[in-house]
Design a protein around this ligand. Structure first.
Ligand code: NAP
Ligand code: GDD
Length: 473
């Protein structure tokens, strides 16, 4: 039975949400500043029906007893269509304008994460019915997917990768055609602090997903994508790295992910399941977690440029990464599952940069020209020039310093991927977004975010300050 509960969101007005077992489907459309959310899928379907039956906007308005301007506003995307209007339209037209029974169904673990949010958007756009697994948390804070809640093709379920029963329940209820297992304790440095938790989620969690699929008798029908990682190459044995490069995991995170990789391969061979790993190199975005190095840098550059932070502390600035744009990478996750046979793929741009270079370009986009002086723990990034609204008082100041706090017990320092196989077999373009564009996208987004934070930022506990002081790594 459904038990109707009210969920309050910080950012939005009250949502009404039905909670049944561990399924939480947002039945009512979200209201933002008094308007309903735009819904392209429904408008598209409504237009198709009107074209097919030769119904004009005015006729439709008459059929449902509304003013024609209401219909125009729906079509212009100015307001979305409420659930009650959908019901009204369907009863007036005598057919469903929105039927999800034939849609392909995808289940995403880690839906609240950077990749989960982009993948949800991508799959909804492709016409999927998307289901995501969320963990219960003490604060209701799902910023990355807030804009999707209320979409008729987006559903959330409570579950946890540490809890087999919850996975069996959700998978059995949703019966997905495709599962994207993105959930993980994904921070490498944190894996040194919480190695057991990391192993439970990133290693055994993968096994739990595979076993849940088998327990639901879906091993022949459900395709599974596993979020694997370039961290498997770890203490690298060759550059660049491809699908045949030997693995040498170099952190508790990488060791756990190696188990995930091998158990997926094992289930593929033992049970003939369509399960594959995408060996993804670092991919970033304006939605990247604030403690990963790129986002830490772009946020700090924006804050320093706007006078809200004094200095950025980093660890090993010589570390090299192959950074891509997360939005481009989620397409590849989908392509891997559309392939004719289950295979593993390296996903990377094929271009490598150091942390120092990333910082240089990020600060430059924020209006601050840096010069790096010194070496190792004594290295500093000094401001030599400013542009635009940035205060001239920054010139001559050390804006980047090195802190031992951000060095790892073992660090992976030379990741560089070779995406040849993905290009050839999946037709994927690894260079859609250049390194320069990625930095620009992230800095511009953080400049706007920091400018908008204003007074509120000074009141709330400031993560950037925590990062600066090394309290949170
Ligand atoms: P992310 O932003 O850190 O998101 C991780 C997601 O996993 C969050 O939704 C988190 O939920 C969820 N999660 C963590 N523990 C869980 C648990 N016990 N049960 C259920 N959900 C849990 O990571 P991302 O950057 O999107 O990366 C997605 C996946 O790709 C991860 O597996 C990561 O290891 C892998 N990967 C990432 C990259 C990269 O560069 N981004 C590269 C290679 C591989 P909460 O919101 O509740 O914490
Ligand atoms: N986080 C962080 N903070 N890293 C720093 C810092 C700092 O202050 N200073 C230097 N670094 C260096 C790290 O030592 C590492 O060599 C590099 O910057 C990148 O660190 P992260 O951005 O934390 O990412 P990661 O490469 O360790 O892990 C990410 O990419 C993996 C794919 O290779 C995560 O997304 C993993 O989940 C993913 O598997």
């Amino acid at each position: 039975m459904f038990d109707t509960k009210t969920v309050k969101s910080r950012k939005y007005l009250t949502l009404s949400c039905q909670v049944s077992n561990n399924c939480c489907t947002f039945a009512h459309r979200k209201i933002i500043k008094g308007k309903s959310m735009k819904d392209d899928t429904i408008i598209k379907s409504l237009k198709t029906i009107m074209n097919r039956r030769g119904i004009t906007q005015r006729e439709l308005a008459n059929m449902i007893g509304k003013d024609e301007t209401v219909i125009s506003r729906w079509f212009a995307g100015k307001v979305g269509i409420s659930s009650s209007s959908i019901t009204l339209l369907e009863s007036a037209l005598g057919e469903k304008i929105y039927d999800d029974s034939n849609l392909k169904r995808a289940l995403i673990t880690g839906v609240t994460g950077q990749d989960g949010s982009y993948l949800s958007e991508f799959l909804i756009e492709k016409g999927y019915d998307v289901h995501g697994i969320i963990r219960r948390s003490s604060v209701d804070y799902r910023e990355r997917i807030a804009h999707l809640e209320g979409h008729p093709n987006f559903h959330l379920h409570y579950g946890d990768l540490g809890d087999s029963m919850s996975l069996v329940k959700v998978i059995g209820a949703v019966r997905p055609d495709e599962i994207y297992n993105l959930a993980a304790q994904s921070h490498v440095q944190v894996s040194f602090d919480s190695p057991e938790f990391t192993a439970d989620v990133d290693a055994t969690g993968v096994l739990r997903v595979l076993e849940a699929v088998r327990a639901c008798g879906m091993e022949k029908t459900c395709r599974i994508y596993q979020a694997s990682t370039s961290e498997l190459y770890g203490k690298v044995e060759e550059v660049p790295q491809n699908e045949n490069t030997p693995f040498h995991p170099y952190s508790p995170y990488a060791v756990a992910k190696l188990y995930g990789f091998w158990i997926v391969k094992e289930y593929r061979e033992a049970y003939n399941m369509f399960c594959c790993s995408g060996i993804l190199f670092n991919h970033e975005s304006e939605r990247r977690g604030e403690t990963f190095v790129t986002r830490k840098i772009t946020l700090a550059a924006a804050r320093i440029a706007q006078g809200m932070q004094d200095c950025l502390y980093l660890g090993n600035m010589s570390s090299l990464r192959d950074w891509g744009y997360a939005k481009d990478y989620v397409e590849c996750m989908w392509l891997i599952l559309q392939n004719c046979k289950p295979e593993d793929f390296v996903i990377a741009t094929g271009v490598q940069h150091s942390v120092r270079e990333f910082a240089y370009y990020a600060f430059k986009h924020a209006g601050i020209e840096l010069e790096f002086r010194g070496e190792g723990l004594r290295e500093v990034g000094v401001c030599v020039k400013v542009r635009g609204n940035v205060s001239k008082t920054l010139v001559g100041k050390e804006l980047i310093r090195v802190s031992e706090d951000f060095y790892r017990p073992t660090d992976v320092v030379n990741l560089w991927g070779d995406p040849t196989k993905a290009k050839a077999k999946l037709g994927w373009n690894p260079n859609k977004t250049s390194f320069e564009d990625l930095v620009k996208i992230m800095v511009e987004s953080d400049m706007a975010k920091v400018a908008g934070e204003g007074v509120a930022a000074k009141v709330r506990t400031n993560l950037a300050e925590y990062l600066e002081k090394g309290i949170v790594k």
